[in-house]
Design a protein around this ligand. Structure first.
Ligand code: AMP
Ligand code: FE
Ligand code: FE
Ligand code: ZN
Length: 301
């Protein structure tokens, strides 16, 4: 039987929604609406300068950057896939679910993102307070490094620590003061990945697991099965944090089940070394994402 996102299903969709985008495509970029360091227009300009023609803005748990990104992408002749990277957690492990072309106003997804973002705020405040006992750091320092209304996270705490001279860069902060094993660390609320996938599907979006073969290694088979049953579209196999042997297992799974495979940079401006276009997504895979989504439309130039 053909799955929801299979090639055959896509081909049978109406001509009207068949894509007229062109590659190269990078479907995972962050702006300062979450933990990227640049506003959406600058992110779009960086993507354009890297030679990309199709991009997705995927800020953590927010879609607030979509309109600015759409305008900038259009003026640069690029196609924008509105997206998001939803925070989820399985046991101790943080799992990021990319969501493409969803309707962010559907009740289920709205409830999740609102709750995550509220939790992120109190969590960041608690962490800042704990750090403040040992370091000269206040909530105002964090606010100074967080754009208005942005999804706040440890990267903003890291930037404040860098500015105070306690660490050299975000990586050093993540390896020490902000590490989950540190006394300053506080968990954020994040839904179960199956719940996250189901909410994205319900919002008409296409869910793809971000950097699925990262430090944590292979996700448990039972979780993979449950996410696929809930409508998971595929996996971001092209990402600098992925590694063997998990990558090989997922490659085989994607081939066997005819899943969507993407590749992306996970650009964060100056917040990470990742550069736009360092991994890209094949045209037929972008076409499958566009053809299977019903929540929102790509923005063509
Ligand atoms: P949080 O979701 O607030 O717990 O923070 C996790 C975020 O921090 C992820 O979205 C990553 O993009 C970012 N991050 C994780 N490790 C690093 C690192 N070593 N350097 C820069 N950013 C990182
Ligand atoms: Fe991030
Ligand atoms: Fe991520
Ligand atoms: Zn990301």
């Amino acid at each position: 039987m053909l799955g929801r996102y299979a090639r055959g299903m896509v081909a049978s969709h109406g001509e009207d929604r068949m894509p007229r985008f062109r590659g190269p495509s990078d479907l995972h970029l962050h702006s300062d609406h979450s933990d990227g360091t640049e506003p959406p227009a600058r992110v779009m300009a960086a993507a354009h300068a890297a030679g990309l023609h199709t991009v997705a803005l995927t800020d953590h748990d927010t879609t607030a950057g979509w309109s600015e990104a759409a305008e900038a992408a259009g003026s640069l002749g690029m196609t924008l896939l509105p997206g998001m990277e939803l925070s989820a957690r399985h046991e101790w492990r943080s799992i990021h679910v990319l969501a493409y072309l969803l309707d962010p106003d559907r009740a289920g997804i709205r409830a999740l993102t609102d709750r995550i973002r509220r939790s992120r705020l109190t969590r960041a405040q608690t962490m800042a307070e704990r750090i403040g006992h040992d370091y000269d750091l206040t909530w105002d320092d964090i606010l100074a490094h967080t754009a208005d209304g942005a999804t706040v996270g440890r990267p903003h705490l890291a930037d404040a620590l860098v500015a105070r001279g306690y660490v050299r860069d975000r990586s050093e902060a993540f390896a020490g003061i902000l590490h989950p094993s540190s006394d300053y660390y506080v968990d954020l609320y994040a839904p179960d990945p199956v719940t996250a996938v189901a909410a994205i599907v319900d919002a008409g979006g296409v869910p793809i697991i971000a950097h699925p073969a990262g430090r944590g290694g292979l996700l448990p088979q039972r979780l993979l099965d449950r996410m696929l049953e809930a409508g998971l579209g595929g996996f971001e196999l092209g990402h600098r944090e992925n590694g063997e042997p998990a990558l090989g297992v997922l490659r085989e799974l994607c081939a066997r089940r005819d899943l969507i495979v993407t590749g992306s940079s996970d650009y964060h401006g100056l917040g990470k070394p990742n550069q736009p276009g360092e991994f890209t997504t094949a045209d037929d895979m972008v076409a499958r994402i566009i053809a299977s989504a019903t929540g929102s439309a790509p923005v063509f130039p």
